[in-house]
Design a protein around this ligand. Structure first.
Ligand code: AMP
Length: 392
């Protein structure tokens, strides 16, 4: 792999600037989900064990270069202390002397990097200021690595750098799924719209053996094939784009799988009356809200013959009962085969992770990426500047 890990750099007595993602949900001044904080613990503990002093750099919310008291990272300190079992020193206005004066086993957290307007434009002045605070830069925030900011790429160029444990784990899982995967590779691409996933489909066509298209996106393809989709969510203006994608897939020998049956309802609401019809038989006054049982059976069979599954996007409107059925059943099948050791399953994206968590199968997938935008850009085949800055 092209990047250093924490094992490759001497950390004893060094101040290790560590870019983390602790952009956690907060309600009434309290962190309501500590998942992101738990995931950076191995990196912080390993830096401490190697005699380094971790100084955490992170953003929180979108303050757009201004100080906004509600977006201060101070709110995360109690949770960080609880998860790490250490005192965390919060520094609002960082300087090297203050960092050096804290005890050797301290964990330091610096105020929201996005309070400075220089962060998001990757201003060299901010990058050198950050570099002056430490001796080594460790990036453990894959989820922020699709942005070329001062705290992700600028500072990386100025100090010896390495990937943290979470970053390294994420990069190797992603490489396993698309870099040099075990074949056949099946991609599940669902979600609302084709328009947001054009680059992703374009990249996958050349890399995977089959793409299962689900969710609202599938409606656009069904319509492009000349089937009525009634009142379904559908981008009719993208019919020729969908036809191009089908043609490109045919030429690349990548199979596109659309649902063969679907669940339709007259209304987009919980427990709406619904029925199962063939994918080419959506009544004009109804909408497609999920894939049907025969489609799920086909998907399960495909997973049974695959060696790698990469998944982004739900197969239906999974937030609304009972239109989660296909997503959950397919996710369970993927998880069960993964548990047998026969399949590598990698998934990511906000809605996908929410769906897999609700289905109760997230722990059984080989890897679930906690990154949203960065995971998508990686699936699109783009170079992530924060990763490139590490030499990855
Ligand atoms: P995305 O953010 O593009 O991955 O889309 C996820 C959203 O697509 C979820 O909120 C789903 O409820 C929605 N979705 C999936 N399938 C359908 C469908 N058939 N009709 C309407 N919305 C859907």
């Amino acid at each position: 792999m092209g990047w250093n890990t924490l094992n490759d750099i001497s950390l004893g007595g060094k101040v290790v600037l560590t870019r983390v993602d602790i952009n956690v949900p907060v309600e009434n001044g309290i962190v309501t989900d500590d998942t992101r904080i738990k995931r950076i613990k191995p990196t912080i503990m390993d830096i401490l064990a190697a005699g380094g002093k971790p100084v955490l750099l992170a953003h929180f919310g979108r303050p757009n270069g201004k100080y906004i008291p509600e977006m201060s990272l101070r709110v995360t300190v109690p949770t960080l202390e609880k998860v790490l079992g250490r005192t965390v020193t919060f520094i609002e206005h960082p300087d090297r002397a203050v960092i050096d004066a804290t005890p050797a086993d301290a964990v330091i957290l610096i105020e929201n990097t996005r309070f400075s307007a220089m962060e998001e434009c990757n201003d060299p002045e901010m990058a050198s200021f950050l570099a002056s605070l430490g001796d080594v830069f460790c990036n453990d925030a894959f989820s922020a690595s699709h942005r070329a900011h001062a705290s992700t790429t600028g500072v990386a160029a100025l100090l010896p750098n390495c990937a943290g444990r979470l970053m390294a784990e994420e990069l190797s899982a992603l490489k396993k799924a698309l870099g040099n995967p075990q074949r056949p590779v099946v991609a599940v691409v669902g979600g609302a719209k084709v328009s947001t996933k054009l680059d992703l489909l374009g990249n996958l066509i050349d890399k995977v053996d089959t793409i299962i298209i689900g969710g609202g996106m599938a409606n656009t393809f069904l319509a492009a094939q000349g089937h009525g989709v009634g009142k379904s969510l559908c981008e009719h203006d993208l019919a020729s784009t969908a036809q191009d994608i089908m043609e490109r897939a045919r030429l690349a020998n990548c199979k596109l799988m659309l649902p063969c049956d679907v669940v339709v309802a007259a209304e987009f609401k919980a427990c709406a009356e619904h029925e199962i019809v063939a994918a080419n038989a959506c009544p004009p006054d109804m909408m497609i809200l999920d894939a049907g049982p025969n489609s799920v059976a086909q998907i399960k069979a495909l997973f049974g013959t695959a060696k790698t599954v990469i998944w982004n996007g739900p197969l239906g409107a999974f937030e609304i009962e009972p239109f989660q059925t296909a997503t959950f059943a397919a996710a369970k099948a993927a998880a069960d085969i993964t548990k047998l050791g026969d399949l590598i399953t990698v998934a990511g994206g906000g809605d996908t992770v929410a769906a897999l968590n609700t289905a109760g199968v997230a722990d059984d997938f080989t890897y679930i990426s906690s990154a949203g935008g960065a995971f998508l850009e990686w699936m699109e085949g783009k170079t992530l500047p924060g990763v490139a800055a590490l030499g990855g």
